[in-house]
Ligand binder design. Sequence first.
Ligand code: ADP
Length: 438
Amino acid sequence: MSGFWQRFSKIIQLTFITLVLWAIFDVVAALMFYSMVLLFLIIRHIRHRAALDRWLQTSELDASTIPHGSGTWGDLFASLARFVRSHSQSQQRLSLALQRMQNATSAMPEGIVILDEVNRIEWCNPMAAQHLGIVLAVDTGQQITYLVRELQFVDYLSTRDYSNPLVLKQSRHNKLILSLQLVPYGVKQKLLISRDITRFENIETMRRDFIANISHELRTPLTVIVGFLEILSDEKKPKAEMYKQALALMSEQAMRMQRLIEDLLILSRLESAQHLVSDKCVDVVQMLNAIYHEAKSLSGGRHQIKLNLTSDAQLSGSQDELRSAFSNLVSNAIRYTPDGGEVTINWAIQNGQGLFSVQDSGIGIDPKHIPRLTERFYRVDSSRSRETGGTGLGLAIVKHVLNRHQAQLQIESKAGKGSRFEVWFPGKRLINKSSSAL
Ligand code: ADP
């Protein structure tokens, strides 16, 4: 039976009992009985009502503390308990979903800012806070242009054409390059997505510089060769002497281009085979003797060259790569040391490490250039480098080879006083260690 019929039948029963009392006794007895029942019901109602008020004031909508009741109130409290339970379950589900969404957006490598219809910050994830310097507790409701003040961004925001992202270098954070993209959604709301593209932009700049440098390096010798070819083809009968001179200069320039291409190929091989060194036993003493003789022929007697070997330790590594690195350092010492100067090549063991060094009494290097020397095409004196056949890639090759052998390069130099290039090999790369003089 439904609640309504239950209650209706109780009223019928009460009326029936009252009528029976009237019939047996008199009307006063019947009315007394009726009033007593009504009074009881009113008191019960007031009690339940007070209990409900107390629960509403004190509890935090906790179903387990809902008061117990009888009759209509019992039904009401039971329905209330069911409602509170289902409400708190859906609240739990909602907060779980919110937590999951917050965890997911916090883990995202992109920054996300929610903007309202007048570009005020409503919410952002931690990455956006880091990218754009937003402190959510303080900046919620703040205009985004108050934090990202760059004119380009203000223009981007107002154009309403968000099909392409905006690349932004912030003045506040000069090393960070961001890609910012606005995505309209909902009712005039916007998502601002930020990505850190500093690495890609730097690689792109390096790529552009590299191409510009190679083009420049190749253009100069090519201009010389093309110039001579034009002169020779214009001459009806070029003199033999002129021919000889032109051919000598053209082959010098062709060799320059060849050296450049060879160095570029070495570099590209080193870069593409990042961590793979073919570990062979390299006889450093034998290699340095060969390099010493090459150095003497490169110098042509213009320098005093010494070979100082205090160890016969061998190295585990790539013969070709180590030879290329050592030769580059030795040839640099000769090329940047004026006639009559001294160049000393050393191999020793120090503090359990292998130490190869080249010391010269040459032109030296101003300390401000030292951190950049191993960059591709970085030269202190471009004309001297080119005059002596330099490609600007020697020390970049050295750096790569040493990285692949876990070795460290240390440069000590003073302009006008000579230089010392030291290469330190870790003990684990040494074979047959011995520190006795040979
Ligand atoms: P390059 O082919 O120009 O010699 P490197 O990469 O070998 O290129 O060297 C980079 C620059 O470092 C050179 O242009 C030169 O200015 C400087 N440098 C290298 N070695 C020496 C040295 N022993 N003495 C003085 N300067 C040097």
